[in-house]
Design a protein. Structure first.
Length: 130
């Protein structure tokens, strides 16, 4: 069973593009790979240009046809209408720094940095242990 996620990029002109990723969407999977290999917006753009994927770097199409990125005119439209999965990731420019954000069960559906999501997820796991 896949851990579904979405991966998005906010471009300098304010538009947003988003793709779907079927496998390993959790923070230690897709989240870690995005954080280590896709902090460069140009590398991420290449990933998004390839369209939906089963895993990062592997073209995916549910029906055997191209599944291009979904496009949004601005961040407000993206937040209102984007495809939502178990984990949703977006790379945004924050004060000149490319920064990954995620929303997932650990963040109660709120957008937080991936680092903050790791802390929240581990707090949740610790509370479940007793």
């Amino acid at each position: 069973m896949g851990t579904r996620s979405t991966i998005a990029l906010e471009f300098a002109d304010g538009t947003v593009e988003q793709i779907y990723c079927h496998w390993d969407g959790y923070l230690d999977g897709v989240g870690a790979e995005l954080q280590s290999d896709y902090t460069d917006p140009f590398a991420l753009r290449d990933l998004i240009d390839a369209g939906d994927t089963s895993t990062i770097g592997s073209p995916y199409s549910q029906r055997g046809e191209d599944c291009p990125a979904r496009k949004y005119k601005d961040i407000a439209e993206y937040f209102a209408e984007c495809q939502q999965e178990e984990y949703d990731y977006i790379l945004r420019n924050v004060d000149g720094v490319a920064t990954w954000f995620v929303r997932c069960y650990a963040t109660d559906g709120n957008w937080v940095t991936i680092g903050n999501a790791y802390m929240l997820e581990h707090e949740t796991e610790e509370n479940e242990d007793f």
